[in-house]
Design a protein around this ligand. Structure first.
Ligand code: F0G
Length: 463
C-alpha cells in the first residue's frame, strides 16, 4: 500500500491576515533596517521565519485557561497549577518561573559561577554565553566536531565529546568547572539532538567529579522526538516517557517557554538542588518578582501549564518536526546547501556554500537573509559571524565555522503551502546566487550585536 499523508492533528479556528509587499517596498524597508532582519517592521514581512520564539499559535484550551488565571500577587493558584504540570512532565523538585529563558540563565549564572570558572556547553547559545561571561565565567565548547560540518550526517550531532570534557577537567581540575550546561537540541548547531546514551555518559562523568548538570531544556521535546525516531530501544516509548527520562539525567534546567512550551512569553528555572532553589528564590524577587510568578501574569502561568501538557503529545510533536523536514527536503531535492541532517525547529541555509564568493568578513549569512527578504518578504535570521560576536579578551571577531541563515518554523502557525513559497524563493536565489554581493558593518552594539547591528551593501546588488 502507498504510504498515506499524515495531516496536522488540529484544525484552524482563528486566522490572521498576511500582508504582501512589492519588491520596491521591501528594498526600501531592508535599507532602512540596515540590512538587519531584526530591525524590519513585522508589518513589512510576509512569512515570518525569524524565530520560533514566542510565535506559537496557542490552542483553544490554552486560551480558555487564560480566563481563569489567578492574578493574586502572592501564592496564586495558577502557580500551583504550573508547578503540578512541571512535576508531572519535567519531574524536578523546585520551580522558579521567570519572564523568559534568559532571566533563568541570569539567575543560574549569578548563583553558580565564580569568576574564572569554566562552563562547558554543547556549542554556545547567544544569551546563555552572554550571561556566563558577564559574571566572569569562561565558555568551553564541548560539542562533537561533526556538529561543525554542515555536510556530515550524524543522528545526534548535538552530542557532547567526552574526550574534550575529560581533557578540560584534567587541565583545570573539577573545582574549576561551574557546571555542565547541556542543550538537548542545539539551536546554533542547526537544531541537532543529543542521544540518551550520550547524556547517560555525561551524567556518569558529572557524578564522578561532583559537577552539576544543568540543561538548557528550551527545545528538549524536539530532542525527545529524535530519540524516539533514531535511538535503539525508544521506538515504542511515548514522547512523555522519553522526555521524563532525559530530564532525570540532569540536576536542573533553564527553559525558554517561548519554544517547546507553546506560549508567547515565559520561562523558568527548575532544579532538584535545595540550596540552588533557595538562592534563586532570593534573587528572583530582586530581578523578576515573587517566586510564585517570576515576572509573569497568572494567566501566563495557566497557558504555560496547559502548553507543557500539549507539547508532549506524540501526534503534535511529530507533525511539528515533519513540517520542518518538509521544507528541508524540498531544498535538498533542489540542491540548495543546507545544514544536514534537517533539525528540529528550523532549516539552516549553509551560507558558506550558498555564497562561496563572499568572504566571511562581508557576512555571507547576513547578506543572504537580507536578499531572501527582498526576494519574497520571507524573514529569516543570521546565525554566523555577526551572532558569534567578539572574543571578550582579544576583541577580535569570533569566527564560527558555521555561517548559517535560520529559517525558523513557528509552531502550529504556517501551512505547508507557506513552506512551498519559502522553498521557491530559496531555490531561485540559489540559481542567481552570483548576483548577490556582501555587506559591511556600519554600527556595532557592544553586546548581542546581531539584534541591532547595521550594515550597508558593498555595491547596490539587491536593487
Ligand atoms: N536558550 C536557547 C537554546 C534559546 O534558543 C533561547 C532563545 C534562549 C535560551 C533564551 O530564551 O529568548 O526566552 O530569553 N532563543 C530565541 C531564538 C531568541 O530565536 O532562538 P529567551
Amino acid at each position: 500500500m502507498k504510504t498515506r499523508t499524515i495531516a496536522e492533528p488540529y484544525k484552524i479556528k482563528m486566522v490572521e491576515s498576511l500582508k504582501t509587499t512589492t519588491r520596491e517596498q521591501r528594498l526600501a524597508a531592508i535599507k532602512e533596517a540596515g540590512y538587519n532582519t531584526f530591525l524590519l517592521k513585522s508589518d513589512d514581512v510576509y512569512i515570518d521565519l525569524l524565530t520560533d520564539s514566542g510565535t506559537t499559535a496557542m490552542s483553544d484550551v490554552q486560551w480558555s485557561k487564560m480566563m481563569i488565571g489567578d492574578e493574586s500577587y502572592a501564592g496564586a493558584r495558577s502557580f500551583y497549577t504550573l508547578e503540578a504540570a512541571m512535576h508531572e512532565i519535567y519531574g524536578f523538585k523546585h520551580l522558579i518561573p521567570t519572564h523568559q529563558g534568559r532571566a533563568a540563565e541570569h539567575l543560574t549564572s549569578l548563583i553558580r559561577i565564580q569568576p574564572g570558572q569554566y562552563v562547558p556547553m554543547n556549542m554556545y547559545f547567544t544569551t546563555t554565553r552572554a550571561h556566563v561571561e558577564r559574571v566572569g565565567g569562561i565558555f568551553f565548547d564541548c560539542i562533537i566536531d561533526e556538529a561543525k560540518d554542515t555536510k556530515v550526517i550524524h543522528p545526534f550531532k548535538g552530542n557532547v565529546d567526552m574526550a574534550k570534557l575529560q581533557k578540560l577537567v584534567d587541565e583545570v581540575g573539577p573545582e574549576q568547572i561551574a557546571y555542565l550546561n547541556i542543550a538537548p537540541c542545539v539551536n546554533m548547531a542547526g537544531g541537532q539532538p543529543v542521544s540518551m546514551a550520550n547524556m547517560r555518559e555525561v551524567r556518569a562523568f558529572a557524578d564522578k567529579y561532583g559537577i552539576a548538570v544543568i540543561y538548557d531544556a528550551t527545545r528538549a521535546v524536539e530532542n525527545a522526538y529524535f530519540i524516539q525516531q533514531r535511538e535503539a530501544g525508544y521506538q515504542d516509548k511515548t514522547i512523555k516517557e522519553i522526555f521524563r527520562e532525559l530530564m532525570s539525567l540532569a540536576d536542573g534546567c533553564t527553559v525558554s517557554s517561548k519554544k517547546d512550551n507553546l506560549v508567547n512569553i515565559g520561562g523558568f528555572l527548575a532544579t532538584n538542588d535545595d540550596g540552588f532553589a533557595r538562592r534563586a528564590k532570593e534573587l528572583v524577587v530582586v530581578f523578576e518578582g515573587m517566586p510564585t510568578y517570576g515576572g509573569l501574569a497568572g494567566r501566563d502561568l495557566e497557558a504555560l501549564a496547559q502548553g507543557m501538557r500539549e507539547m508532549v503529545e506524540d501526534a503534535y510533536i511529530a507533525s511539528r518536526v515533519r513540517q520542518v523536514e518538509y521544507l528541508g527536503q524540498k531544498l535538498i531535492d533542489a540542491g540548495v546547501p543546507i545544514m544536514l541532517p534537517i533539525g528540529g525547529h528550523a532549516v539552516f541555509l549553509d551560507a558558506t556554500n550558498f555564497l562561496p564568493h563572499i568572504p566571511q568578513d562581508n557576512f555571507p549569512a547576513q547578506t543572504l537573509a537580507a536578499a531572501l527578504y527582498v526576494d519574497s518578504g520571507v524573514r529569516a535570521m543570521e546565525r554566523g559571524m555577526v551572532s558569534a560576536g567578539r572574543d571578550p579578551k582579544t576583541g577580535e571577531n569570533n569566527r564560527p565555522k558555521l555561517e548559517l541563515v535560520r529559517l525558523t518554523i513557528p509552531r502550529r502557525v504556517y501551512t505547508n503551502l507557506h513552506m512551498d513559497v519559502v522553498a521557491e524563493s530559496c531555490i531561485e536565489l540559489y540559481e542567481n546566487r552570483h548576483k548577490i554581493k556582501g555587506l559591511t558593518m556600519t554600527y556595532e552594539p557592544d553586546s548581542l550585536r546581531f539584534f541591532q547591528a547595521r550594515f550597508e551593501e558593498l555595491e547596490p546588488a539587491m536593487a
